[in-house]
Design a protein around this ligand. Sequence first.
Ligand code: PMP
Length: 436
Amino acid sequence: SVLQRDESGDEQARREQIFASAQERYYERPMQIERGWRHHLVDTTGRAYIDMVNNVTGLGHGHPGVADAVNRQIRILNTNSRFLYRELAEYSERLLALLPADSELDTVLLVNSGSEAVDLALRLAQAATGRKTVVSLREAYHGWTMASDAVTTSAYDNPYALENRPDWVHVADVPNRYRGTYRGDDTGARYAADLGADLDALAAEGRDAAAFICESVLGNAGGVLLPDGYLADAYRRVRAAGGLCIADEVQVGFGRMGSSFWGFEQSGALPDLITIAKPMGNGFPIGGVITSKRIADALATQGQFFSSAGGNPLSCRVGIAVLDAMESEGLQENARVVGSRLADGFRALAERHALIGPIHGEGLYLGVELVRDRDTMEPATAEAAAICERMKELGVIVLTTSERSNVLKVKPPLCLTADSADVVVAALDRVLTEGW
Ligand code: PMP
């Protein structure tokens, strides 16, 4: 056989035989995970870790409500979405009910992942406007499919595309108030004006924008909140230029911000299309686009839209179980309370440890940016990697993000307890005190 099976029981060796080299995994010497429970992961030696990474399992690992929903529904019915069944409408209505009262979005299209959701949102925007150009912000991640990858501008995630980006994508400056062209909280208007100038330039070239896509909080940068006023101003300019606004809420939506269910609510802006995925199924693959009927109906000009498993009764039942649990367990409120405790803990550490720069984000979507110098913001990349390895030894799974891999990304299941938050802060304190 071409494939010599590794019989040693070493999962790492088995996996390396089967995977492509581009398929990344965490850690140099990863632990082998056997099970998960709430915000904990347990390895094959019985060792438990606090999981500060899994934003897909928003409710926590091994959630019984989700397990019951899967078990019950898969015995009753699972079929494709061309049939008529109750669950699709029920789940779609539940999703629409989560929108702010002044939102006019009334249509849901369900798929199976975030990349598919972004792909579909781009296609919808292009169909509805009859235009092609999509404006995406620098340093963003939006997915792996051909279209979502084309608007993925992160040099870290997609170095290939820096030179090979399709000409229907325009990359605009990222409004990062800490590291961007303009620094500080009151930079929203300047960044939005620059975006406006880009839109004018595109129009002058005959490449009018079909859509503007961005995360409502800069996820890849480590949970950096957009500068005040930016998103509403940017959306106004995009619409004035005849384009549509896509909020990628795959990471930042669904209660994680604590003070709001959606990331865009942080900015008081209303998108035309919203992409959602990760936490919708608590690990079960579900994604979707929320938009208006006017935009969704434009897709008919391009033929049929059909996703075999997208919106099937099983995934809808799981989605409903997730929303039920979020409500009954008060997880958005928990994200607000425990997230703010965690951020306070990190800020207190910053007073004693010079390596900690700005603390980004809100709720349970935080970024601890590590810098060698707070003025120059020189990234402490090697230190960040070493800190993650040492945190793992202390029983905390935390990993880095950003183009410079110097931000500790904090995005645990929303059921994280105050006690566990304190353990995480204490572990980071210990690592920073001991050195690495
Ligand atoms: N958009 C954003 C903002 C994401 O973070 C991701 C996944 N990291 C995606 C889209 C793609 O989602 P998926 O991995 O489910 O395809």
